[in-house]
Design a protein around this ligand. Structure first.
Ligand code: TMP
Length: 211
């Protein structure tokens, strides 16, 4: 990351964990400090990556094989990294990504059971020297995730239609990432009140970016 003046902060967690709300709030807080942050989401963020997102999320359950799924997430990431993230980091911006490489380890690795070493190698190949400076993982229980998802009227996407066993494995995956990469990945209790979490996350980010 030596060539890059900026910072990459990623948000992770299972569906319904509240990470998109917190990513947006962090963006607003950094703006208030006079910075010029960039907020992106995965999969998505470029024309091609948004098309891949539609294939991944709008297709019928069972219509995308696990290996195809992995490759499509990585293809969407490759576009986003080279076209958006690299230039923004070179410009010294703080890039906030709603999901990144850990989602692939948690969902395709722990959830689908694909080879985690291989996923890490592909992540490395796609991202080259880019690694998040800080990853905020919002941890909630499976029950809380289901409760929150049922309380909103949004139609479930292909991944959200997965089984409880799948999501339990994803939760385990995130805990394992937090345990194995303690300098980078921090687990926050996603059941805390939104404003309190926002404050805690902002304090942690300020340390990372020396604000
Ligand atoms: P979201 O934008 O609502 O979080 O939806 C993205 C979905 O895609 C979510 O269910 C997690 C899933 N996903 C993966 O399975 N692997 C990945 O690498 C990424 C980035 C997302």
């Amino acid at each position: 990351m030596e060539d890059f003046k900026g910072y990459l902060i990623t948000f992770e967690g299972i569906d319904g964990s509240g990470k998109s709300v917190q990513a947006q709030r962090l963006y607003n807080n950094l703006k208030k400090q006079g910075l010029d942050p960039l907020l992106i989401r995965e999969p998505g963020g470029t024309e091609v990556s948004e098309k891949i997102r539609d294939i991944l999320l709008l297709s019928e359950r069972g219509s995308v094989s696990p290996v195809t799924e992995l490759m499509l997430y990585e293809a969407a990431r490759a576009e986003l990294v080279s076209r958006i993230i690299f230039p923004a980091l070179k410009d010294g911006r703080v890039v906030i990504s709603d999901r990144f490489t850990d989602s692939t380890v948690a969902y395709q690795g722990f959830g689908r059971g694909l080879d985690i070493d291989l996923i890490e190698q592909i992540n490395f190949f796609v991202c080259r020297q880019i690694k998040p400076h800080l990853t905020i993982i919002l941890d909630i229980t499976l029950e809380e995730s289901l409760r929150r998802r049922n309380s909103i009227s949004k139609k479930e996407d292909r991944i959200e239609k997965e089984t409880s066993d799948f999501f339990s494995a994803v939760i385990t995956g995130y805990k394992s990432i937090a345990d194995s990469d303690t300098n980078r990945a921090v687990l926050f209790d996603g059941s805390l009140p939104v404003d309190k979490l926002e404050q805690m996350i902002f304090e942690r980010v300020k340390q990372t970016i020396s604000l």
